[in-house]
Design a protein around this ligand. Structure first.
Ligand code: PEP
Ligand code: MN
Length: 339
């Protein structure tokens, strides 16, 4: 359930609610919106005597949340959430552009991509260092060395780093080099990993599992949030359907559905959904038109030689013209494109 606090309630009155909850072994998660303070309550509510919260001065109303996710629910932050990572806001009026190669292959490769994307409003440099490959014989990534390359290149250009972590064991060391942790589709329901990144407190971009329903996905987000980490963006990256013309089916409907069910910002990855560079442009524009808060796009200086996902990575010049079109789309729908 959530407790909506009366506007203008004093700190003592709010503390009265919090003390009542902790006295009943219930966990309180506070959401301080522009207009309302909302307290999400997690735990066994039967410990509360009936009516014992309603009588407290600061309680405006108590709303039960029927879904199995609570903190991720829109009710917890009806106005939608946004958060800041080193001066870059995710979930605001301005969309967020993230771009970079599928995998970090060398410093020169990442440098070349960074030089292109930084001029086009991208704020995040992406690149896989721990690659979740279908075959154990495929390129597995440069691991920690890859993260160090990303950090060095990003720092030269004033970019932020986002990269995937696949194991709890790497979190401590990896977070020294990252600004945002990516949880990949294959680990979207690795609940121990989700709890661990929740505990790390680092911002997280949580990709949708390959065959995860929207409610299951929000359950995954709840694992992170229940550890007190609210800096989460969801990333729609396509789901597995009967269709084989694309690598995955980009679920455009997920964008408005998420906007009604959750307050979390939504990023779209058209590259992994499409699997083919030629489809990245229309999917990117559709995602922004449908209300996505940002895009993460794979860009490689020479895609044909890429060590992973060669077919879907954009050449820098293609990315440049795509960004101009995304900018035009932003104007049409009243969003801002980053400078
Ligand atoms: C990636 O973004 O590098 C990636 C592997 O994507 P996904 O987890 O969506 O397949
Ligand atoms: Mn990839």
């Amino acid at each position: 359930m959530i407790i909506v606090v009366k506007p203008g309630a004093s700190k003592d009155q709010v503390d009265e609610i919090l003390n009542k909850l902790s006295g009943c072994d219930l966990k309180a998660h506070i959401s301080e919106g522009a207009e309302r303070l909302i307290i999400g309550v997690i735990g066994d509510k039967s410990r509360l005597a009936p009516g014992s919260l309603d009588v407290l001065t600061a309680v405006e109303k108590i709303v039960p949340i029927m879904e199995s996710y609570k903190l991720a629910s829109r009710a917890f932050r009806p106005e939608g959430s946004s958060f800041d990572i080193n001066g870059v806001e995710i979930g605001g009026k301005m969309i967020t552009m993230m771009a970079g190669p599928c995998a970090v292959e060398s410093e020169e490769q990442v440098e070349e991509v960074a030089q292109t994307i930084v001029k086009l409003g991208a704020k995040f440099l992406r690149g896989g260092a721990y690659k979740p490959r279908t075959s154990p014989y495929a390129f597995q990534g440069l691991e920690m060395e890859g993260l160090k390359i990303l950090r060095r290149v990003a720092d030269r250009h004033g970019l932020l780093v986002i990269s995937e972590i696949t194991s709890e064991c790497d979190i401590d060391q990896a977070t020294e080099y990252l600004d945002m942790i990516q949880i990949g589709a294959r680990n979207a329901q690795n609940f121990r990993l989700l709890s661990a990144v929740g505990k790390s407190g680092k911002p997280v971009m949580l990709k949708r599992g390959i065959a995860e329903t929207i409610d299951e996905w929000l359950g995954s987000a709840e694992y992170i949030m229940s550890e007190g980490n609210y800096k989460i963006a969801l990333c729609e990256r396509g789901i597995r359907t009967f269709e084989t013309a694309t690598r995955s089916t980009l679920d455009i409907s997920a964008i408005p559905v998420l906007k009604s069910k959750t307050h979390l910002p939504v990023i779209v990855d058209p590259s992994h959904a499409a699997g083919k560079a030629a489809y990245v442009r229309p999917l990117s524009l559709a995602a922004i038109a449908a209300g996505a808060d940002g895009l993460i796009i794979e860009v490689h200086p020479n895609p044909t030689c890429a060590l992973s996902d060669a077919a879907q990575q954009l050449k820098p010049d293609v990315f440049i013209s795509l960004c101009n079109e995304i900018k035009a789309m932003c104007e049409v729908i009243g969003r801002t494109y980053p400078e």
